[in-house]
Write a protein that binds this ligand. Structure first.
Ligand code: BGC
Length: 630
């Protein structure tokens, strides 16, 4: 009996082994053989991500989305495409489907672009607009490489970055994640960034392809523009990036272009991207893009992220009744497998630190890099009478502006990094030996603490509002007597999910801010003491009516976790500000070429017509390329 059982089980093992040895394996067999061995369901599942949290499906912009009909009761039983959901990297944005029997691992996608966004601590680098301002592609490359190192360490395969939509209008909420209003500046910077990321053997994803230059109605706005404007301006940075850095992946955008969703746009995704530019990676949708899965697959949108069961069911049904040709899926699978083979997850290389440094050592060296880069990309807009740099230490400073004590590292949304800390300007100046006016400091600290304590906690998607403090002229007179200089920080927050507003407190300064800058300048100047204005912002504000008052104006951007140190380095001259503006500051908002067509045109919230002309240099306060140094 026992002998018989042994023979039987040995036979079984051998049969399984024989079967296994015939089963194609990714990397060992050709991709065609691997695809041929897949079931239809496996094919579809691999082209649809494994949705983690269906609760996150955002409400579409009104009247801009055509949702496929959902059967009654569908949401009651919804499980998500959770077949392989393991939460491998907590906080990552998505995971692909694994087919272990064919040697296909799941791969992990996480945001970008100002650092890796997962639940664990990563480095918050300066905004990508600041990186573009450095004009230093080697430095940008090293930042990309550092992010790639953190990806490798934490087990992330694809970084959902960089974003290179044009800064068409200063009000776009995501400008801090983009690079420039000039396609060549954006293209060159992004190519260096991608080369850096990918030098670590992980992938980048250039986004959002294309013409996604606003957040308002981003899920359905129809961007109407001529082919020459499309190619010459809005595709040009993508073209440079594809040709110069071969990104592993591209993310299609939510919007329509000339009536067709970018995610369903064959002209864009196949004819131009692959046919003309030679892109050889895969295209994925932006998250929860709910366009038609069949049309997306046909257009060359290889992977649907983060993936829903509804997409799977729709694709399977379409294969069954002939609306979708299986050859389309096979073509898209070839693109996906080609990239999976390059991924650390395929190489079985999770949680590795290539040069053997500890996590702490790696993060420390990246923090140093973030500080150096942030200082280099700050743009000195004005420096009358060499007000900057200020002499080293021991100086008494009236440090004004809530942003001096609550300095913003970055913007909100999917580009917000889980960082260990943000260095406040007040903290860094004190460390450097400056003596801060304690009455001023304690009033700001109390005000900020109180304002934050009565609002929900700061999160990736929410920044508590803190108003600017008012100071009377007699307060300022007292400060001017007892301090050697005055530094004022003006700040603005912005991010994904909404555009900025053409209101006081956003694009325009409030009356409190204007009076503070004007009065402080007048009063400190009477004592022969300088006033420095710092701009802790992601994109421009209207400075036309205040720029004459301060002696120096320094655009510090959203400078990342080392904010305070980097600003102090520049104020003291330890680092030279070398940034050149990658987008202009306009004299008036009406001078922005897209002013009349942002975020929509002709009173129709669903359409934005790109009918603007060129920037008139004389209508800019500070043009692209402007930046002083010491
Ligand atoms: C954003 C993308 C991001 C994705 C994943 C979307 O809401 O538009 O830029 O990569 O979410 O987090």
């Amino acid at each position: 009996m026992r002998r018989q059982a042994l023979i039987l089980s040995t036979g079984l093992v051998l049969t399984v082994m024989a079967l296994n040895s015939c089963t194609p394996q990714l990397g060992r067999s050709s991709d065609e053989q691997v695809i041929a061995a897949m079931t239809r369901e496996e094919k579809v599942r691999l082209l649809v991500g494994t949705c983690k949290d269906w609760n996150l499906v955002p409400e579409p912009a009104p009247a801009t989305i055509h949702r496929p009909p959902v059967p009654e009761g569908y949401w009651d039983n919804y499980q998500g495409n959770t077949a392989t959901m393991k939460g491998k990297v907590s906080g990552a944005a998505g995971i692909s489907y694994a087919i272990p029997r064919l040697g296909i691992p799941e791969i992990v996608f996480a945001d970008g672009p100002v650092g890796l966004r997962i639940d664990s601590v990563c480095t918050a680098f300066p905004s990508t607009a600041l990186l573009a301002a450095t004009c230093d592609t080697e430095l940008v490359y090293s930042i990309g490489r550092a992010i790639g190192e953190e990806m490798l360490y934490y087990g992330v395969d694809i970084l959902l970055a960089p974003g290179i939509n044009m800064m068409r209008n200063p009000l776009c909420g995501r400008n801090y994640e983009y690079m420039s209003s000039d396609p060549d500046i954006a293209g060159a910077t992004a190519a260096a960034y991608i080369r850096g990321v990918q030098s670590m053997g992980v992938g980048a994803c250039v986004k959002h392809f294309a013409v996604n230059n606003q957040e308002t109605y981003r899920n359905g706005i129809d961007a109407q523009l001529s082919d020459s404007v499309l190619r010459g301006l809005y595709l040009r940075a993508f073209e440079r990036v594809v040709k110069e850095s071969q990104p592993w992946t591209v993310m299609s955008s939510y919007n329509k272009i000339n009536g067709v969703y970018a995610a369903e746009n064959k002209y864009l995704l196949t004819d131009i991207l692959r046919g003309e530019w030679g892109f050889d990676g895969f295209v994925m949708t932006d998250w929860w893009a709910e366009e038609d899965p069949i049309r997306m697959q046909q257009a060359g949108n290889d992977m649907l992220m983060p993936g829903t069961d509804l997409q799977i069911d729709t694709l399977l049904a379409a294969l069954e009744d002939g609306r979708l040709d299986e050859a389309v899926l096979d073509r898209n699978l070839m693109n996906v497998l080609r990239i999976i083979r390059r991924c650390p997850s395929f190489r079985n290389q999770g949680m590795t630190n290539p040069d053997g440094r500890s996590l702490e050592q790696m993060l420390q060296s990246h923090a140093d890099l973030a500080r150096r880069a942030a200082a280099k990309g700050m743009v000195l807009l004005k420096n009358d009478n060499n007000a900057l740099p200020v002499s080293r230490s021991g100086q008494r400073v009236a440090l004004l502006g809530k942003g001096s004590y609550d300095t913003y590292a970055g913007g909100t949304g999917s580009g917000c990094v889980t960082r260990a800390y943000t260095v406040m300007l007040s903290q860094a100046l004190a460390e450097a030996g400056y003596v801060l006016d304690s009455v001023v400091a304690s009033r700001y600290c109390g005000h900020i603490h109180h304002s934050r304590s009565v609002q929900p906690k700061e999160s990736a998607w929410y920044m508590p509002y803190v108003s600017e403090l008012e100071w009377s002229r007699s307060d300022l007179q007292n400060m001017a007597k007892t301090n050697d200089l005055c530094i004022i920080t003006l700040q603005r927050m912005a991010g994904e999910g909404g555009d900025r507003h053409l209101t006081e407190g956003d694009y325009y300064l409030t009356s409190v801010e204007r009076s503070l800058i004007r009065d402080a300048a007048e009063i400190f100047h009477k004592q022969g003491k300088p006033v420095v204005l710092l701009l802790n912002i992601g994109a421009s504000v209207e400075l036309t009516d205040v720029c004459m008052y301060p002696d120096a104006i320094l655009l510090t951007w959203l400078p990342g976790q080392e904010a305070g140190h980097a600003i102090t380095d520049v104020l003291t001259g330890t680092q030279l500000p070398q940034g050149k503006l990658p987008m202009p500051f306009y004299v008036r908002y009406e001078d922005v070429p897209s002013a009349a067509n942002f975020p929509s045109s002709d009173g129709n919230p669903n359409i934005v017509i790109y009918r603007e002309g060129f920037v008139q240099p004389e209508r800019t306060l500070y043009p692209v390329g402007f930046g002083l140094t010491y």
